[in-house]
Design a protein around this ligand. Sequence first.
Ligand SMILES: Cc1cc2nc3c(=O)[nH]c(=O)nc-3n(C[C@H](O)[C@H](O)[C@H](O)COP(=O)(O)OP(=O)(O)OC[C@H]3O[C@@H](n4cnc5c(N)ncnc54)[C@H](O)[C@@H]3O)c2cc1C
Length: 471
Amino acid sequence: MFEAKQLDGAMKALEQDSLDTLGAALRGGVFLPGSADYDEARTLWNSMVDRHPTFVIRALGASDVQKAVNFCRDSGLVLSIRSGGHQIAGHAVADGTVLLDLSHMRSVHVDAQARIARVAPGALLSDVDRETQAHALAVPIGINSTTGIAGLALGGGFGWTTRKFGMTIDNLISAEVVTASGDILTASASSHPDLFWAIRGGGGNFGIVTSFEFSLHDLGPEVLSGLIVHPIEAAPGLLAEFTKIADSAPDELTVWSVMRKAPPLPFLPEEWHGREVLIFAACYSGAIEDGEKAMADLRSLGDPIADVISPHAFVDWQAAFDPLLTPGARNYWKSHDFEMLSEQAIDALLHGIATLPDPACEVFIAHVGGAMARVAANETAYPQRSSHFIMNVHTRWDDPGKDETCIVWARALYDQMKPYSTGSAYVNFMPEDEERAMASAYGYNGQRLSQIKGKYDPDNFFRLNHNILPS
Ligand SMILES: Cc1cc2nc3c(=O)[nH]c(=O)nc-3n(C[C@H](O)[C@H](O)[C@H](O)COP(=O)(O)OP(=O)(O)OC[C@H]3O[C@@H](n4cnc5c(N)ncnc54)[C@H](O)[C@@H]3O)c2cc1C
């Protein structure tokens, strides 16, 4: 006998027989506590999330997803959805609920002639990049290759090529969605366009995506990219210059700033290891020679400790930050959007860097805009098209005894930066305890999202997410 949480909060007893019947009907299967498959499914990237679902349903296709939805809905059970397992808030797994694991659905098929990729929801960004780059094609996605495409694409998705090719959602042609009623729908500009609008930023609130169809662009296989590392003492002047370069950069040029203690990278002299540094991470989404010209101003700034900008295979560059973002650490993130970075904002930021609570902590300032900004705020559910910089305070550590110190530090830096921010935020960077959540994530689009939620999921069956309530 097992117990699982119902939508009304009560616990429901489940007979082994009913799970056996469900398992036998699936291509994937049902996994119970004690099995390796159960533990694999409940383990997320952020080790602060250590939760125990009642059981796991592994899906291998849309028909499995449909059966899982029908089983849980008919039994009144709460269902969580896991794809890449990277979400910082850890909504993919909850205690005493049913976990639907899509992580084994990893296929990526590229139609190079049509310039389209069909991607299953459990695919990681590395899966997408490897298959698309086999044809020197790309879809704009994130900067850490072990992130899941599904959560990223449903929240928005941006990375090195977003300024040139738009956000991940701007390149979504259609998606196959299993709704709360168990219907398998195609959402696109011409089929259920309201659902298509909502899933481009609205996360997992409207149904379970079992397949994405993305349009592709020419890129690579090599891109001019790499790091320029400076002492943090030079950061006030350099960051002011960086904002000017970012303001006038062509769409092809993307420069992110990272501030942290220097990791022991082979190209950094040993005396710099462990000292605070400012890193410019740059990528040019175009011809290498054009990139050399576009990066000249950035590379002439100050007196860098190292400059390792050169042509790199795009798939390798997409994994360049993986060693700093490994799974299994404790993580707490805070994020703000900015239209500009003033001198005061830079001061506040550097004040936070002076007190990093752990060598693994860092602050990323993503450089966005370009093609992303040329889409109207109400064209997709994701509305923050005018952001030029997105700050992500990556607070990372291993020792649970440091939880409070690290979280307090992240919140303090977030508060110090708040006066300079737009007040909006990216749903994919929000921790679970984010109070401002829905209003800051969706702004004016929030009302329409609630209406569409009311149409496709009136009982809020899909509730383990940054939740949009049905109206
Ligand atoms: C190290 C790291 C680097 C990152 N870098 C970037 C970046 O460069 N750019 C960027 O835009 N984001 C970035 N992110 C954020 C990332 O977009 C989110 O964490 C995203 O949620 C990850 O997707 P996932 O499939 O791995 O998530 P999961 O944890 O598997 O799922 C999270 C939630 O998404 C929903 N969901 C997942 N799959 C489905 C589905 N198939 N159908 C319906 N709902 C679903 C569910 O509500 C689920 O609980 C990064 C995250 C990490 C941890």
